[in-house]
Design a protein. Structure first.
Length: 264
């Protein structure tokens, strides 16, 4: 399995870092070599970080906690949305709203306005407004949908946050650290690993690299959620078997005894 994963990572270009002139010296332990002024990331460190992150995310999902996927850069946006939806977790793929975590109650209240606009658009009430007002309401809806739709299901603060490029998402990382939320991040050679709890060194600019790593992390989340559902089904079936094995009521037992006495 490890050999197959290494091959997939190399084929996806996950080992390519930034130009050597842009590196962060704290990333030295994760760098294998320098070739043509480009740093090459040690793929063994990538696998080690990925496996560690998968194990942790699976445990979080098993506990029923939320995991927030964050990646607003152009290369990561589509993959973050796709994998977040696939594993049933909230995501931010367009723009990080300031206070999304630290001012969660206010951001959450804005979802009420989004639902109000959706009801207005689905009914005939919108036609009662002037064309200028209709245009303004539609514009407000598109903006709110783009920014808030991914966190619609986030009814509480997440326990963990998966981030693509913590340098780009520094505001999200700052809020998570302030609240003690664990961060799992795909970090390139220009990032600071000290700001992340579980770093996964790898190419955070290549679309294929991002898609592969996020898919692996989402699979771990799905595995954790599946184990929860399997254990719940096992408990239900066990309870049903227990009910079927219940002894007959005392009245029935007495009736059987009486009948036996008469026939004797």
């Amino acid at each position: 399995m490890a050999e197959s994963l290494v091959k997939q990572l190399i084929d996806a270009g996950a080992h390519y870092g930034h130009r050597a002139s842009r590196w962060n010296p704290k990333m030295a332990p994760y760098i294998y070599a320098r070739k043509n002024q480009i740093h090459i990331i040690d793929i063994r460190e990538t696998v080690r970080g990925l496996l560690r992150a998968q194990k942790y995310l699976s445990q979080v999902a098993t506990g029923g906690s939320l995991i927030l996927f964050v990646g607003t850069k152009r290369q990561a946006s589509e993959a973050v949305e796709q994998e977040g939806m696939r594993c049933g977790m909230p995501f931010v793929s367009e723009r990080w709203l300031g206070g999304c975590l630290t001012n969660f109650r206010t951001v959450r209240s804005r979802l009420g306005r989004l639902e109000e606009l959706e009801q207005l658009r689905s009914s005939e009430e919108l036609s009662a407004y002037s064309k200028k007002m209709q245009s303004a309401l539609n514009r407000e809806y598109r903006k709110m949908y783009r920014n808030l739709n991914g966190i619609r299901t986030m009814n509480r603060l997440p326990e963990c946050m998966v981030v693509v490029d913590p340098k780009k998402e520094r505001n999200a990382i700052r809020e998570a650290r302030k609240l003690g939320i664990t961060t799992v991040a795909l970090i390139d050679t220009d990032c600071d690993p000290d700001h992340v709890d579980l770093p996964i060194p790898g190419n955070d600019d290549g679309i294929r690299s991002i898609e592969l790593l996020l898919r692996c992390l989402a699979d771990a989340v799905l595995q954790g959620r599946t184990s929860v559902m399997a254990s719940a089904e096992g408990m239900d079936s066990g309870a049903a078997e227990g009910e079927s094995a219940v002894e007959p009521p005392a009245e029935a037992a007495v009736g059987v005894a009486d009948t036996g006495g008469v026939s004797g």
